[in-house]
Design a protein around this ligand. Structure first.
Ligand code: NAI
Ligand code: MG
Length: 369
């Protein structure tokens, strides 16, 4: 049957990124074997503080041609604050990828699993199952503005927000399409048009226009203040939540926090037009405090790999996309089983090691449905 092959840049980075990456690859190898996926890895040792120590920069000058033609970047974590300041390591690698590859969607699934203690009272698995879709390139995060009359009584500071029609519509479109693909077909639009009186009414207006093209989707517009309260008090009401850069930043940490440990949360930075590679990474960082002990939870890395396979399989030029989606589903089922039955790493109250979880999940994906 016809096939398509995908090139994946594998970038472990720093700290526990180097410990969880082998487990991510172990699981991907296992599903690739089972579902006949055609994946080629390009192993990258830069975008790390080790590389910085040797060379004085985070990446080689030709980093872009080296990975720009790949279909995806599978990324561990970057940062080692004792050796390299965080703004140097992050701006010198990860944030360059996000910007230069126009990864305008930041996607975070939020799900409560059996076997994972929930910080919210009386919630059971199934109650929390939604996506946060964050705009990742513009909005409130700009370098536009300045200071005048500095140091005087008239001191004045202005920081601009930017909402382009292109930037607004493309993130809304992605969120509506995602909601359309899910059984509940429910979209929550985060706004603050009662307080931010220029950009947020525009955001609402574009969302209303877009909604006319998706009559099957119920749209619920909520101001960001009450919306954050509802993440905690009524998490069952969410299916897909779309937000500007700043609001999405907050929601995309709050969401996973409502569903348990940071060692589980995955994320995708997507260029849905596939003009550039998309990036898949755990939400957590390099965790210097536990690095070297072999106890990091690899689930966030493994789940990020599942998101990557799902995204690759939806490439319109991929004739066997169905197999990639089945691979994603098998990984999720295996994660579900391991979280419920163990083994468990110390962050989940167990004594298992990183590779024990990786091996257990890799074994399960060979047969699970
Ligand atoms: P962190 O996420 O690395 O660690 C926070 C806490 O969570 C630590 O106690 C750590 O042990 C624990 N933890 C994190 N991941 C875990 C896992 N998989 N299993 C078990 N426990 C886990 O955040 P922190 O300490 O603020 O940052 C450390 C470094 O990572 C910094 O250089 C920071 O800039 C960088 N960082 C990088 C990110 C990225 O690459 N996307 C994201 C967040 C931080
Ligand atoms: Mg954040």
């Amino acid at each position: 049957s016809p096939r398509k092959s995908f090139d994946i840049a594998v970038i472990p980075g720093d700290g526990i990124g180097k410990e969880v990456m082998p487990e991510g690859l172990r699981v991907i190898d296992a599903v690739a074997e089972r579902f006949s996926l055609d994946l080629a890895y390009r192993h990258i040792d830069w975008a790390s503080c080790d590389y910085y120590d040797e060379t004085g920069s985070m990446m080689p000058p030709d980093w872009r041609p080296q990975i720009g033609e790949c279909d995806a970047l599978y990324f561990g974590a970057v940062g080692w604050p004792a050796r390299v300041p965080d703004h140097v390591s992050l701006w010198g690698s990860l944030l360059k990828f996000r910007r230069d590859f126009d990864q305008y969607i930041n996607l975070r699934p939020v799900r409560l699993f059996e076997g994972v203690p929930c910080p919210l009272a009386n919630r059971k698995p199934g109650d929390i199952d939604f996506f946060v879709v964050r705009e990742n390139t513009e909005g409130e995060y700009t370098a536009l503005g300045g200071r005048m009359f500095e140091g005087t009584e008239r001191e004045l500071v202005i920081q601009e927000s930017v909402f382009t029609r292109t930037g607004t519509d493309r993130v809304l479109r992605y969120a509506f399409e995602l909601a359309q693909s899910r059984p509940r077909k429910h979209l929550t639009v985060a706004t603050k048009s009662n307080g931010i009186a220029v950009s947020m009414p525009y955001w609402d207006e574009r969302a209303d226009l877009m909604a006319q093209q998706y009559p099957g989707i119920t749209v619920d517009r909520q101001h960001i203040d009450i919306l954050t309260a509802r993440f905690v008090l009524q998490p069952t009401r969410f299916d897909v939540v779309v937000a500007s850069n700043l609001f999405g930043d907050i929601l995309s940490d709050l969401g996973p926090a409502c569903a348990g440990t940071i060692g589980l949360a995955p994320s995708a930075n997507l260029n849905p037009d596939r003009l550039f590679p998309s990036l898949f990474e755990p939400v957590h960082g390099s965790a210097p405090d536990i690095y070297g002990k072999g106890i990091a939870n690899p689930v966030a890395m493994i789940w990020s790999g599942a998101l990557m396979l799902d995204f690759l399989g939806r490439d319109p030029t991929c004739p066997d996309g169905e197999r990639y989606r089945r691979a994603h589903d098998a990984i999720l089922s295996a994660i579900e089983t391991v979280l419920a039955k163990g083994p468990r790493t110390p962050d989940l109250g167990g004594a298992a090691r990183t590779e024990d979880l990786g091996k257990a999940i890799a074994e399960l994906v060979k047969t699970i449905d």
